[in-house]
Design a protein around this ligand. Structure first.
Ligand SMILES: Cc1ncc(COP(=O)(O)O)c(C=O)c1O
Length: 396
């Protein structure tokens, strides 16, 4: 197919040209004497993205899943209890990992399309008088359903229950795209990955741990080796790594972080909110429902769109790819065949997103979903014409 393919899965996202070029370099010596001049400022700038002063940033050659494992094994003991809620495939997989690692999970099953049940968490934590729950797990953005949860409210619930558990946040599809404040929200471990808001190929787990999490790490906690925080801390302090780091990804990360900080994090968040709102307008004009059950759950990085009863969302996805070279995200597990997803995070603007809306609209009509031609596209166009990112934020 001539021209470019359109990548609108919610990660991996488009890698900007400047990031791609930064990675297209000859291999280099990862023990070179001047490497710390590159790595130490990179760690310092990543702390700005996580909004942490005292936290420690880790870069593991892994994906987000590795970050979950590092978080759990460094800070919890075998058999410890964690509080978690399940409302989509990724919150499910994190819980599954806890169980397989030998943790006990106090599970709150929620309707898919909703998010972290903060009031229920408060009740459970208040009832846990012996403080058996050691950590609360929260998925900030459930990529499978397009649901964003309120992490500040999760912290407030923990404080209201006066509970000392740690707070671990999965920010794989949110950090670097939507507001995240590690210190202010009292987050003990935050996990992200390179292939979403950080606009890189997959391969880096980008995570941060609070001072409290660092104090607990290694105190009789679960077995681990590759993911040991302590090994990283010792070598990172000198600007090096305990093993061979993926230098090309780190070179790309440098440019990606510069892009985020140059645009300004608040502007990045406003842009994501603005782009997402245009997509939501398009879905409303098509007369379709979002998987997210209400505005309080709307994600600014991915929209999961329900196809009408009797239609198969996988047909839309397959056709969009084969006929128009457009990659849409599939529905996973419980919502397989019921939703298709449009990822709108990373290096993105209105016109790029219009191609996804246009392609989705054509593909739906081609497979027999009766949306009015041009309806979603027109709604998004008018929203983008008449608003600007800052206005969209102010309107919230
Ligand atoms: C919210 C969320 N958590 C965790 C993961 C798993 O991350 P990875 O695929 O980088 O291991 C993903 C992947 O899409 C995700 O969206």
């Amino acid at each position: 197919m001539p021209g470019v393919k359109s990548l609108f899965v919610p990660g991996p996202t488009n890698v900007p040209e400047s990031v791609r070029r930064a990675m297209d370099v000859p291999m280099e010596d990862h023990r070179a004497p001047d490497l710390p001049n590159f790595t130490l400022p990179l760690f310092a700038d990543l702390k700005k993205v996580f909004k942490t002063e005292c936290g420690k940033v880790f870069l593991f050659p892994a994906s987000g899943t590795g970050g979950w494992e590092a978080a759990l094994t460094n800070t919890l003991r075998l058999g410890d209890k964690v509080l978690a809620s399940r409302f989509g495939q990724f919150s499910h997989l994190w819980i599954d990992m806890c169980t397989r690692l030998g943790l006990e999970v106090e599970l709150v099953d929620c309707e898919w399309g909703t998010g972290v049940p903060t009031e229920k968490f408060r009740e459970i934590l208040a009832a846990d008088k012996n403080h058996e729950i050691k950590a609360v797990l929260a998925t900030q953005n459930e990529t499978a359903t397009g649901v964003q949860s309120d992490i500040a409210a999760t912290r407030r619930a923990m404080d209201a229950a006066n509970h000392p558990a740690m707070l671990y946040v999965d920010g794989v599809s949110s950090i670097g795209s939507v507001d995240f404040r590690m210190d202010e929200w009292g987050v003990d471990i935050a996990v992200s990955g390179s292939q979403k808001g950080f606009m890189l190929p997959a391969g880096l787990c980008i995570m941060a741990a609070s001072e409290r999490a660092m104090e607990l790490s290694g105190l009789d906690t679960m077995h681990r080796c590759y993911f040991d925080f302590k090994d990283m801390v010792v070598t990172n302090a000198t600007g090096y790594f305990p093993y061979t780091p993926p230098m090309t990804l780190l070179r790309g990360l440098r440019v990606a972080v510069d892009r985020l900080l140059d645009e300004g994090l608040d502007n990045v968040f406003a842009r994501h909110n603005f782009l997402a709102e245009g997509v939501r307008r398009a879905v409303a004009a098509w007369g379709l429902d979002l998987c997210a059950k209400g505005p309080e759950w709307y994600s600014d990085t991915v929209t999961a769109i329900m196809v009408p009863e009797g239609n198969d969302a996988n047909e839309v996805i397959k056709h969009a790819y084969n006929r128009y070279g457009l990659s849409l995200g599939a529905g996973l597990s419980v919502v397989a065949g019921k939703v298709f997803r449009i990822g709108h995070l990373g290096d993105l603007n209105e016109l790029m997103l219009m191609s996804a809306l246009s392609g989705a609209e054509m593909a739906m009509r081609d497979v027999g979903i009766d949306v009015v031609p041009g309806s979603g596209v027109a709604a998004a166009q008018e929203f983008y014409r008449q608003n600007s990112p800052k206005l969209a934020m102010a309107a919230e």
